[in-house]
Write a protein that binds this ligand. Structure first.
Ligand code: M6R
Length: 598
């Protein structure tokens, strides 16, 4: 949530900041702002809306800019509405300190009262502004680094900060506690940002800032310190993957591009891993063999991948497994001990609830394994072992290719431990089978058009595809804003069946597996109550196609692997419904890609 950037160097700051913010926009896009420091002093601009509006407000200044340093922010509002006033940067009363912040100052109300009593006046409703005023008191013309360390001692909560002191045009300060922060080094200038994509067009020479560290960023060097000003070192990160990942490559939306990348994503995920020779496989195997029980944690789509993991662990390995929402595990943790493996799944590796769940698991002595798409993430660094997905940068807020990468990773590692060699060949066929499904894009668009008006949606499935039903419903609601729910089909008659009438469309995920007959009965129960049926079926299944109002075929595979295929048409269905409705599918309202607040 929220993206920050700071830059100091020879090329002018404003183009670097605006370009970086565009690549951080997936983190929040309700308002944005920049502050730069140049020969004419501090300049700033803030506005409601996306980075494109900020660029418009800058109105020719980007090209004319001569400032050598600056900070920028793209916001996902937590405290205070998304207005220009609440947009970052925030300033001290004397205007000498400008700050951008990702995170939450939990004790902001107490701090604000105390600062107000001492004569500070506040311009915004944000929690962040207290930081600017605290810094003003701690600084007052002294040493900026010392001031930051001192001010942060009073702050509870999470933060990644970039701070500009107008008295010190030669450096910026950045600091981190529980929110991601990376540094990019370049001979012409240095940068700091919430995430690596912001830095990639300029440099691949990345350093990771840890919790409790701050950095002084100068044009020619970067120095790191603890908050007590002890010098420390930053870890180096080698960046793999292409910058091309963050380009739209001719697709109308990132989401569609990412859906179409899935055959390659699965190929990459399997490469060098399916036969058991990879270090990651050996590490995952050790972790699973040592465990008496698994507890899987994640949020949203990652939680759905976790549910799939639970089904696999229990049915292929006989390993008892619970799948917990990260936000629940923290406050109602199941018993965790050294024979429990906590498997934390997160695309970003920065989801605050999942990180806190992982930390709690470590405190309780559990073994921890992360599955994440982000090698430099806090999750990858803090778990005892990390499986890095190879999905490449996912820009669309709706997770698509990273979900399929997570499922592939889980199938790979659990198959391995279960010694199910019979699954290897079907796994290697998945990429081509996904490609076949993608060929039905136009047919799926027509189904989307047909069912757009007058329906609520109920996604139903059984066994391995229950997570598919949940994920399909989540995709539809998050990008189209239509009402959709996912259910285990067997649960329908315990309540949800009361919702069925001619205004309900059931999306039945019903491949030809060993629960096929059961779901067929559920389909009949909906049909005879006048509900419409959109069925996802195995190619050649005439029986269900005849009963359905519309159907989409997927290729035949092993039951346990079918979720890697059945989700693809549901992603396309959601995409087309949302685009026909004119929604901003890559940046749906109220959401952000990386949820770094609890
Ligand atoms: O980065 P993470 O995988 O931890 O993110 C978890 C959820 O926020 C994420 O999956 C969210 O539900 C997506 N928008 C779903 O498309």
């Amino acid at each position: 949530m929220c993206g920050i950037i700071g830059y100091i160097g020879r090329p002018p700051a404003l183009p670097v900041l605006v370009g970086g913010l565009q690549r951080l926009e997936y983190r929040g896009y309700d308002s944005a702002g920049v502050a730069t420091l140049g020969p004419g002093g501090v300049f700033h601009r803030k506005c409601a809306g996306a980075i494109a509006s900020l660029a418009e407000h800058l109105n020719g200044r980007i090209e004319a800019d001569r400032s050598g340093s600056g900070i920028g922010h793209t916001r996902w509002a937590t405290h205070g509405e998304p207005t220009a006033v609440n947009a970052h940067p925030h300033f001290s009363c004397d205007g000498k300190v400008a700050i951008v912040h990702n995170g939450i100052v939990e004790n902001h109300a107490t701090l604000r009262d105390a600062l107000t009593a001492r004569g500070h006046t506040f311009a915004s409703e944000t929690d962040t502004e207290v930081l600017a005023h605290l810094l003003e008191e701690a600084y007052s013309g002294g040493d900026p680094l010392r001031a930051v360390g001192r001010a942060l001692r009073e702050v509870h909560g999470s933060y990644a900060l970039a701070i500009l002191f107008s008295d010190h045009p030669d450096f910026l300060v950045a600091a981190r506690r529980f929110s991601p922060l990376v540094v990019g080094l370049h001979p012409e200038g240095n940068l700091v940002a919430s995430d690596i994509p912001a830095l990639l067009p300029i440099t691949r020479d990345i350093r990771l800032v840890d919790d409790g560290q701050m950095v002084a960023l100068r044009r020619e060097r970067v120095d790191a310190y603890t908050f007590d000003l002890e010098p420390c070192r930053l870890k180096t990160q080698r960046v793999a993957g292409g910058w091309a990942d963050t380009q739209q490559q001719g697709f109308p939306h990132f989401m569609l591009k990412e859906i179409h990348e899935q055959p390659d994503v699965v190929r990459r995920e399997l490469m060098g891993r399916w036969n058991g020779d990879s270090e990651e496989l050996r590490m995952a195997e050790r972790a699973l063999r040592n465990a008496r029980r698994a507890v899987i944690v994640g949020c949203g789509t990652a939680w759905h991948a976790g549910l799939y993991a639970k089904y696999l662990l229990e049915s292929l390995l006989g390993l008892p497994a619970d799948c917990c929402l990260s936000s629940e595990l923290r406050y109602a943790p199941p018993p965790l001990d050294e024979r429990t493996l906590v498997l934390a799944i997160s695309q970003s590796g920065e989801t605050a609830d999942t990180l806190q769940a992982l930390r709690l698991a470590r405190e309780r002595g559990a073994a921890t394994l992360a599955i994440t798409n982000t090698p430099a993430s806090s999750l990858a660094r803090e778990a005892q072992g990390a499986w890095i997905n190879r999905a490449g940068v996912e820009v669309g807020v709706a997770a698509t290719k990273t979900y399929v990468a997570q499922l592939s990773a889980l199938a790979l590692m659990i198959r391995r431990v279960a010694n199910r060699n019979d699954l290897i060949e079907p796994l290697t066929r998945i990429p081509d089978q996904i490609q076949e499904i993608l060929r039905q894009d136009e047919a799926i668009r027509k189904i989307a058009e047909r069912f757009l008006d007058g329906y609520d949606f109920m996604y139903i499935a059984r066994r391995f595809n229950v997570p598919t039903a949940f994920e399909g419903a989540l995709k539809l609601k998050e990008i189209s804003y239509l009402h959709a729910e996912g259910y285990a089909a067997g649960e329908m008659k315990h309540g949800p069946l009361a919702l069925v009438d001619e205004g309900l469309a059931a999306v039945a995920v019903a491949p030809r597996d060993d629960v096929y007959d059961k779901i067929l009965s559920n389909v009949e129960e909906i049909r005879c109550r006048k509900g419409a049926i959109i069925a996802v079926v195995t190619r050649g299944d005439r029986k269900l196609v005849r009963r359905a109002d519309a159907s989409i075929e997927v290729e035949a595979t092993e039951d346990v692997l079918s979720p890697l295929l059945t989700i693809i048409p549901l992603q396309l269905l959601a995409y087309h419904m949302a685009t026909i409705l004119g929604r901003n599918v890559d940046k749906p309202r109220n959401l952000a890609k990386s949820v770094t607040v609890e």
